[in-house]
Design a binder for this molecule. Structure first.
Ligand SMILES: C[C@H](NC(=O)O)C(=O)O
Ligand SMILES: [Zn+2]
Length: 596
């Protein structure tokens, strides 16, 4: 007779083939909905997501037939546990599972087809129109109209749907009695009892840097928009930070740059001047990955991706990368336009594809990030190199590179990176603080919007330029809420990517300060990164962290804020000095939120 181990291995091989087939069809059905929103594609996607749940449910029962204590092979037991860890698919009420899928699809459709009205006659989609206004307008009232118009057309329209979505998700996830609520299930993906506390500590460590950036930007914006827009509580109006959600502020770099008379690198202009088109943007990104020994895009990528917003049909424009579970079919869906921000997003989405390609030979159950934050950090990691003046100069998008002793040019660059990476930290942290409090039942529907603004006011130090009431549902105006995509992964990513950048610059023997390091063409750096990518989700993520940091202190299996703080150290000193010289009072009243 076969040993239990041999039986388990045989079972897992069969599972892998069955799962690959179901996942392929289910991904294809989702793809057809996200790239063509109709009732018919919605129905087909929902049907397939139910087939996927049914498959997961049956296989979880089959796998539970194995007595894990009789199997010494840790790899096999880890795989069997993953077969059994199926989240809401364990729920027996398939009608309610269908309802969950339908509500999420409907909210995603409302978000993706919404047109925000900026006046009585003009209503515009988020991408590219409202995004362009929010990024480029410097007119307080024009910005306010776009900000309000978007929220009225998106979040407000799905307010009634969200309470039921939460209730059904919690009912489904508690069915097995393994998780208290959906938030606990999402956090379980980080395989750590202390995860929630760990991210809070990281946030607290990084808060002083954010407060210095906030104080400096606030002072610069006050001079442009006038004192009257800045309440004594210290908050900044939410709509003048160059981004629809004030999540990253690089859009207003020209307005707040430390040394504005220095040549401000307007990369979008340079791209247009160099006749960049969408395809070329993807070739530039692919060239970067190939230069460090990673993977070129397979033929099906170019054949099947959706790289521009199509005419004549509704699509989900929010950019994403897709793995069709067959080792050959990987796609990006992005309504790409020729801007610097979009070029960063192209590198981000292709970074996900690089991870997919690196772990494509692993069992399907291991084809994922070591944790969700790793997948987002891997997506971002090359942008830390790509944006350096050295690299932009190499690819012809920047003429003069600030020399190492050109402090002003260097500070301008670091400041620009802080607008993208430091400004994000409270936002990346607070989205799931809201969502976890909703899933826990601490925040009831009648307080959804109030809680959202309490968190935005407390952690980000911003306030809404238009009075909010409980008829509003501003969480719904951010893709990841209707899209059902957890968000703490981005906070984890923004911390981890600096740990990795430091490790890759070291192993690549790249001299100079961390913030000027470019791993382009560095095979050693790429090889080290690839070693971690190839692990996928096969081992607890602390081992993946160690693989990339190659640390001997044993400690660096954890997330650490130190590399991020080291990267920004010259700017921290500059901001502290500048804020002091201007008698700027750091921070804001965290518990008193101006509601216009
Ligand atoms: C940071 C996050 N990125 C992504 O969704 O790919 C966002 O856009 O909010
Ligand atoms: Zn991503």
């Amino acid at each position: 007779s076969q040993t239990v181990l041999e039986e388990a291995k045989e079972y897992l091989d069969k599972y892998d083939k069955l799962a690959a087939d179901i996942y392929y069809h289910s991904s294809e059905a989702s793809w057809n909905y996200y790239t063509n929103i109709t009732d018919e594609t919605l129905k087909n996607m929902t049907d397939w997501s139910l087939k996927e749940s049914e498959f997961a449910n049956i296989e979880a029962k089959n796998a539970s037939g194995f007595n894990l204590s009789q199997i010494q092979d840790q790899n096999i037991t880890r795989l069997l546990k993953k077969v059994m860890d199926i989240g809401i698919s364990a729920f027996s009420d398939t009608a309610k599972l269908r309802k969950i899928s339908e509500i999420q699809a409907e909210m995603t459709s409302i978000y993706s087809t919404a047109e925000g009205c900026i006046n009585a006659t003009t209503c515009l989609p988020l991408e590219p129109d409202l995004t362009d206004i929010i990024t480029n307008s410097r007119d307080y009232d024009e910005l306010k109209a776009a900000w309000k118009g978007w929220r009225d057309a998106s979040g407000k329209k799905m307010k009634q749907l969200y309470p039921q979505f939460v209730e059904l998700l919690n009912e489904a996830i508690t069915f097995e009695k393994k998780y208290k609520d959906m938030g606990e299930y999402y956090r379980s993906w980080y395989e750590s009892e202390t995860f929630e506390n760990d991210v809070r500590h990281l946030f607290d460590e990084l808060a002083p840097l954010y407060e210095n950036l906030h104080a400096y930007v606030r002072r610069k914006l006050r001079t442009h928009y006038g004192e009257d827009k800045f309440p004594s509580t210290g908050h900044i109006p939410a709509h003048i930070l160059g981004n629809m959600w004030a999540q990253q502020w690089n859009g207003i770099y020209d307005l707040v740059a430390p040394y504005p008379n220095k040549q401000s690198a307007d990369i979008t202009e340079a791209m247009i001047a160099k006749n960049y088109n969408v395809t070329y943007m993807y070739q530039v990104a692919e060239d970067f990955f190939k230069s460090i020994g990673l993977y070129e895009m397979p033929p099906l990528f170019w054949e099947k991706s959706m790289l521009v917003k199509p005419n004549g049909r509704e699509v989900v424009c929010h950019a994403s990368a897709w793995d069709f579970s067959n080792g050959r079919d990987f796609r990006i869906k992005q309504c790409t336009s020729v801007t610097e921000d979009q070029l960063l997003t192209v590198h981000h989405e292709m970074g996900h594809i690089e991870y997919f390609l690196a772990y494509a030979d692993l069992p399907l159950l291991y084809r994922g990030g070591a944790n969700p934050g790793f997948h987002e950090g891997v997506a971002d990691i090359v942008t830390l190199s790509f944006q350096t003046p050295e690299h932009l100069n190499k690819i012809g998008l920047l003429d003069d590179v600030p020399g190492q002793n050109d402090t002003e040019g260097d500070i301008n660059f670091l400041f620009r990176m802080a607008l993208e990476k430091v400004a994000f930290l409270p936002f990346g942290y607070l989205i799931d603080q809201w969502r976890w409090s909703v899933f826990r039942g601490e925040t009831k529907p009648e307080r959804y919007n109030e809680k959202w603004w309490d968190l935005r006011c407390d952690f980000q130090g911003i306030y809404p330029p238009v009075e909010r009431t409980n008829d509003d549902f501003d969480p719904g105006a951010k893709y990841h809420i209707p899209g059902g995509v957890p968000y703490i992964r981005y906070f984890v990513s923004f911390v981890a990517q600096f740990q990795w950048h430091k490790a890759l610059c070291q192993v690549g023997n790249i001299p100079g300060p961390l913030h000027r390091c470019d791993i382009y063409n560095n095979i050693a750096a790429g090889a080290r990164l690839n070693e971690m990518l190839k692990m996928g989700a096969s081992r607890p993520w602390g081992e993946a962290m160690l693989k990339i940091t190659n640390a001997t202190d044993g400690e660096t299996t954890k997330l650490s804020a130190l590399p991020l703080l080291e990267y920004f150290d010259p700017l921290i000193k500059w901001l502290e000095k500048n804020n002091k010289e201007n008698n700027e009072i750091l921070g804001w009243d965290k518990k008193n939120c101006p509601n216009v």
